[in-house]
Design a protein around this ligand. Structure first.
Ligand SMILES: Nc1nc2c(ncn2[C@@H]2O[C@H](COP(=O)(O)OP(=O)(O)OP(=O)(O)O)[C@@H](O)[C@H]2O)c(=O)[nH]1
Ligand SMILES: [Mg+2]
Ligand SMILES: [Zn+2]
Length: 282
């Protein structure tokens, strides 16, 4: 009996699965499925998808459909470089909301620390640590933060996501050079990434667990309703229910407990701006 790794099979999806719901991709990286293997040794038919424990998904602006980026991951590692490309707090906060909505643990990776100054890194790090998130500071050329990252990945299914060019694939390459994942330059003028990784791919970690590399994305519209958005900003939670108006959107209503907390610096302007921008885009 063969007790080794199961051989990969190229599987097709039964037509009836295409009508299940409004999702853009029927099956995402990380999905578990039931397959019919009777017909061939290296092919099969996907008969059914098993329920997802977690999902990292977004709404695509082109067609308003939900796109599941990765399913069944435990942790989302949000990678954001301090410079080249510049740190985008709103994008990070959108990923955090998506992680919460999808049931994933969130870790923030501040990458390319060698291109930044300690004060700049500390101000971002302190904010997210104060909110209760784990924050790792990494630099591939300086091998900084890589041991901690490797520790985090152990026996876990983790997904790296973030803007193009922030160094997601480079982090995987630094830890697992044997996989030879493609990485690419950030274009000089714009400082934008060039979308080197085209498809999400899941790799089994030799010591246990899985890591998923994803293509960089510029737009992250989490699957969340405007009414429940405030509860996805952890530092808002102590104040919810204390506004004068029921259903307060915390943007212009009088006697709003959130606005009062921003005024008294209990909630940072940056995070509040992220909330407002995201609310208005929903
Ligand atoms: N200085 C410095 N450069 C880095 C670091 N990590 C990655 N880079 C460089 O940043 C560029 C982009 O890296 P990638 O790993 O391809 O970025 P990515 O996030 O996977 O990009 P996409 O696949 O397009 O989403 C490459 O030229 C890397 O060499 C780092 O820690 N410091
Ligand atoms: Mg990549
Ligand atoms: Zn309010």
């Amino acid at each position: 009996m063969d007790v080794g790794e199961p051989k990969p099979r190229l599987c097709h999806i039964r037509a009836n699965l295409f009508h299940e719901d409004s999702q853009k991709n029927i099956i995402a990286v990380g999905d578990q499925v039931e397959i019919d293997t009777a017909a061939s040794e290296n092919a099969g038919w996907i008969l059914r998808m098993l329920p997802r424990h977690t999902k990292l998904s977004r709404i695509q602006s082109s067609d308003s459909l939900e796109q599941v980026l990765v399913s069944n991951a435990d942790t989302v590692l949000i990678v954001a470089s301090m410079r080249k490309p510049p740190f985008r707090s709103r994008l990070v906060d959108r990923f955090i909301v998506a992680g919460i909505c999808g049931g994933l643990e969130t870790v923030l990776i501040l990458s390319k620390a060698d291109l930044s100054i300690p004060e700049e890194i500390a101000s971002v790090k302190n904010l997210y640590v104060s909110l209760g998130y784990t924050v790792l500071v990494t630099s591939v050329p300086e091998s900084r933060g890589l041991d901690s990252l490797s520790e985090l990945l152990k026996n876990n299914t983790s997904v790296l996501c973030g803007h193009s060019g922030v160094g997601k694939s480079s982090l995987i390459n630094a830890l697992f050079p044997q996989w030879k994942i493609r990485t690419g330059d950030v274009s000089g003028k714009s400082g934008k990434g060039r979308h080197i990784t085209r498809l999400s791919e899941m790799f089994p970690i030799p010591s246990g667990g899985f890591i998923v590399d994803t293509p960089g994305i510029r737009e992250m519209q989490p699957v969340v309703s405007p009414e429940e958005l405030d509860s996805k900003f952890v530092e808002f939670l102590p104040y919810l229910g204390q506004c004068r108006f029921k259903g307060c959107t915390h943007r212009h209503e009088p006697n709003c407990a959130i606005i009062a907390a921003v005024d008294s610096e209990k909630i940072t302007e940056k995070r509040y701006e992220s909330y407002c921008a995201l609310y208005e885009s929903l």
